[in-house]
Design a protein around this ligand. Structure first.
Ligand code: ADE
Length: 228
């Protein structure tokens, strides 16, 4: 799957996208992430991509033309979607991640400053928000979406990881969008007893005995009872 991000900060996500699962996914050519800087289409020597709002008011607005030209330069496939990040957009969730993972290409426009010239609406399919708070731009939202979507693509996660994923991303469950589905039983690993000192007192934290019992039926039941 291809991700194309239009941003005036094309290197801002470099280190995050080039570690761990996403690094592996790119190496295996399961995903391709392209960055497109609208400054390449700015006309003046200062590479200006923003301007003052008509009608007055504070802040600067991203100009339409450089964004439009950047969009035109990107090769669309038959199954492409163009989204614009906006805190007032449709809330991104696991169901939307699943929908995006069925595309060939997701084209994302990251606004900065106070906003984007409203005429951009003509050239996008959807406005998307990653949550009810205001960020300085769409670059972090793009990183969030690239990760959430990539995890759903075949081969991106290892066998063990995808098995865990399946327990809470089956279609009917994500349609319900209950927070229940994100619950997991608690996990523990060695040591069996963790010892530490707090305010001069020796303390211990032990792993629930049942998990050490080797009784798989009881372990299954304990895990089912203890999801949170
Ligand atoms: N741009 C600024 N804040 C945002 C948010 N919460 N989600 C998506 N895009 C944004």
């Amino acid at each position: 799957m291809k991700f194309d991000l239009i941003t005036i900060f094309p290197h801002i996500l470099d280190s995050y996208l080039n570690e761990s699962i996403l690094k592996r996914a790119q190496k295996k050519k399961l995903i391709k992430i392209n960055f497109h800087d609208p400054r390449q289409f700015a006309k003046d020597r200062h590479k200006t991509v923003d301007d003052r709002p008509f009608g007055g008011g504070p802040g600067m607005i991203m100009k339409l033309e450089p964004l439009y030209k950047t969009l035109k330069k990107i090769k669309y496939t038959k199954k492409s979607l163009v989204i614009l990040f906006d805190p007032a957009g449709k809330k991104f969730d696991q169901a939307m991640a699943k929908k995006f993972s069925e595309l060939d290409q997701l084209i994302m426009i990251s606004g900065r400053y106070e906003g984007v010239d409203a005429r951009i609406e003509k050239f996008i399919d959807e406005k998307v928000s990653i949550g009810p708070y205001v960020l300085s731009g769409g670059e972090l939202p793009a990183g969030v979406i690239i990760e959430a979507v990539s995890r759903l693509l075949p081969g991106v996660l290892g066998n063990q990881e995808s098995l865990r994923e399946e327990t809470f991303t089956s279609n009917s469950e994500i349609r319900n969008q209950k927070s229940e589905i994100y619950k997991e039983y608690p996990h523990y690993t060695r040591p069996e007893v963790f010892k530490y000192t707090e305010k001069g007192q020796k303390k211990k934290l032990a792993v629930p005995k049942v998990l050490l019992s080797g009784n798989h039926k009881e372990i299954r039941e304990w895990r089912a009872r203890n999801k949170k």
